[in-house]
Design a protein around this ligand. Structure first.
Ligand SMILES: [Zn+2]
Ligand SMILES: [Zn+2]
Ligand SMILES: [Zn+2]
Length: 134
């Protein structure tokens, strides 16, 4: 039986490196006349896995590799604010709660030529900022 109406919605993005179109989410809907004379709708919603392997909402795209990560994996470099995926994130921190996400470039800039005392001071300065008055 031929559907009365067909609707297809695609959420796509263009890969910055290959220039290819990538499907993020696909929604298909069909309205058709059933044997009983009613108009029925059938839908399909397809979600494509993010590059990080998760199925969550999209957080952003890595400026380095173009990978699309979910909200929990994607982040920004604390230093240059560029969007980065988990694979390209470097973390500085004393424990798992106090972690500073940096891109590879900034991580190198900060850790190179500096000893760990200075790095710890840098981390502390980030977390102390929020406690200051004004
Ligand atoms: Zn993820
Ligand atoms: Zn990346
Ligand atoms: Zn950076």
């Amino acid at each position: 039986m031929k559907p009365l109406r067909r609707k297809k919605t695609c959420e796509v993005t263009h890969d910055p490196i290959t220039g290819q179109e990538r499907i993020l989410e696909l929604t298909q809907e069909e309205d058709f006349l059933s044997d009983h004379g009613s108009v029925d709708s059938a839908g399909l919603h397809q979600r494509y896995f993010r590059d990080c392997g998760c199925d969550g909402p999209i957080g952003g795209r890595c400026f380095e590799c173009g990978a699309i990560s979910c909200k929990s994996c994607h982040g920004r470099c604390h230093n240059c604010q560029k969007p980065i995926c988990l694979a390209h994130s470097k973390f500085l921190g004393t424990n798992s709660q106090e972690r500073v996400r940096l891109c590879g470039c900034c991580f190198e800039k900060i850790t190179r030529k500096q000893n760990w005392t200075k790095i710890h001071k840098f981390i502390l300065s980030i977390f102390v900022e929020g406690d200051k008055d004004g």
